[in-house]
Write a protein that binds this ligand. Structure first.
Ligand SMILES: Cc1cc2nc3c(=O)[nH]c(=O)nc-3n(C[C@H](O)[C@H](O)[C@H](O)COP(=O)(O)OP(=O)(O)OC[C@H]3O[C@@H](n4cnc5c(N)ncnc54)[C@H](O)[C@@H]3O)c2cc1C
Length: 446
């Protein structure tokens, strides 16, 4: 059995600790921040996450799904809010299968507790990884007073998120890396429950206010509240930069998110208190160093949050690694890490592309009649031919199909649906046999 250091006790590091502990390894997790179960490290950055099918697959494989099930809210549909406050409900799938909303902070706490139940897992908080000797799987951690501790192990996993210190060390060698900031930043705005504790909106919908260049979304919490997130360019006509004071803010919300104002009595206080954070896509390669070090989760593939898949992808990394260990055993780490990188890197790249695409869909297309028509046609095809047509969204959110395969199939669907939507009179005949035949014919020939 190996001695394994996990750098970063966030969402992915804590699940990885469970997987590796179950295999009998001695696991030490070093986390930069204080223990979130004792200090509110998530204030103003709590963020609600969507756990989707592949996230659940990994949680089940690790045997920790029941603990997570207790803190989620099922979400069956998108609810769009237009400028006048009119709402439209768009189910995520034809059978109303839910995705699940969870508070990042609560999930992290639950998962740390699950990891800590194993006697062969040790959690260390307030320990920042300052240096890594990759060849010798040795890390230097500094506590809050800057005092160093050197920790030697057989293997190191870098699950230390987008700013990964482990990755920084790998970048000193032959390593390919890109970091792309998008023009949009985000800020959290919480919707409190009503005084009687009930929610102000339907908790089983993901609420979206799509406004083309910017958008707000809201996901339910178990306490009846919602965590809202405002995504906007950091500069330009409609941007965080243009909102300087309460007057600007109220005018902006009055113009674009009118129906949200009565639900946010403390809007100005929250807006000017909560941090504005940026969003970047990180791609890198290789994710591993010999049989000693591997990156996992956001450290390997930070993506924009618009498919709600960053954590799910990281969870799937853990599950795939565990499957590869089942195949090759726990003494063959060179082969295992190599197979892990080969299996996951193309999928990491694909979910980065998919997530950018879904940004356009969320902020823009969900309010577009052509897009809504396409969703209806695809829903009908899926209902009548589930073996032939699984829409891209369902492949990503409700299946274990690799992201790369889903992306390729999604692009094929785009080509087909472009031709279907160009059929004369499609608005009237979208439910006809003729349309179905054309779509399936194109599917066979593409
Ligand atoms: C607005 C927003 C919405 C999102 N929505 C979703 C969603 O709906 N669904 C979804 O699946 N994903 C979502 N994500 C993405 C998700 O949050 C990330 O993919 C996920 O948190 C990645 O987990 P991780 O453990 O790899 O990294 P992190 O969660 O970033 O954890 C890394 C940990 O490492 C620690 N650390 C960092 N540096 C060091 C160091 N030097 N030494 C020691 N410890 C260190 C950090 O303190 C942290 O605890 C969203 C992200 C954002 C920003």
């Amino acid at each position: 059995m190996k001695t394994i250091t996990i750098v970063g006790g966030g969402l992915v590091g804590s699940l990885l600790a469970v997987f590796l502990a179950k295999r009998g390894h001695n696991v030490s997790v070093y986390e930069r921040r204080p223990d979130p179960r004792r200090t509110n490290v998530y204030a103003g950055r709590s963020i609600n996450l969507v756990v989707s099918h592949r996230g659940w697959t990994a949680l089940k494989a690790a045997g920790v799904h029941e603990a997570v099930e207790r803190i989620v809210v099922p979400v069956h549909a998108r609810m769009t809010h237009d400028r006048e406050g009119n709402t439209t409900r768009l189910p995520y799938s034809i059978d109303e299968r839910p995705i699940h909303s969870v508070s990042r902070g609560e999930l992290n706490k639950v998962m740390l507790t699950e990891a800590e139940m194993f006697p062969n897992v040790k959690l260390h908080f307030g320990q920042r990884c300052a240096a890594v000797d990759l060849d010798h799987a040795t890390c230097v951690f500094e506590n809050e007073a800057g005092e160093p501790t050197t920790v030697k192990a057989d293997l190191v996993f870098g699950s230390d998120g987008a700013p990964s210190a482990v990755r920084q060390e790998m970048m000193k060698g032959r390593f390919t890396f890109s970091q792309t900031f998008i023009e949009h930043d985000y800020k959290e705005i919480a919707f409190a429950p009503k005084p009687d504790g009930t929610p102000q909106m339907d908790p089983h919908c993901l609420h979206i206010w799509p406004r083309r260049w910017f958008m707000m979304m809201g996901l339910a919490n178990t306490d009846g509240g919602f965590t809202g997130t405002l995504f906007m360019p950091h500069e330009g006509e409609f941007s965080f930069d243009t909102i300087k004071d309460e007057k600007d803010l109220m005018r902006f919300f009055g113009d674009h998110f009118k129906d949200a104002i009565p639900m946010l009595p403390d809007l100005a206080e929250q807006y000017f208190r909560n941090p504005q954070s940026n969003l970047a896509i990180i791609r890198c390669s290789p994710w591993t160093h010999k049989d000693k070090v591997a990156l996992i989760g956001d450290a390997a593939h930070a993506i924009v949050p618009f498919y709600g898949e960053g954590m799910n992808a990281g969870y799937e990394d853990c599950k795939v690694l565990n499957d590869i260990l089942d195949q090759h055993g726990d003494d063959n780490w060179g082969t295992v890490l190599d197979a892990y990188h080969k299996a996951r890197k193309p999928n990491g790249d694909a979910i980065a592309d998919l997530s950018l695409r879904n940004f356009v869909e969320m902020r823009d297309l969900v309010a577009d009649p052509q897009f809504i028509l396409r969703k209806k046609i695809e829903g009908r095809l899926q209902a009548r031919h589930p073996d032939k047509w699984l829409p891209l969204y369902s492949q990503v959110k409700f299946s274990d199909i690799g992201y790369k395969a889903a992306w390729d199939e999604g692009l094929r669907h785009d080509r087909i649906m472009e031709q279907v939507l160009a059929m004369p009179g499609i608005e009237e005949k979208w439910e006809s046999e003729e349309v179905e035949k054309v779509a399936l014919g194109l599917l066979g020939n593409d």
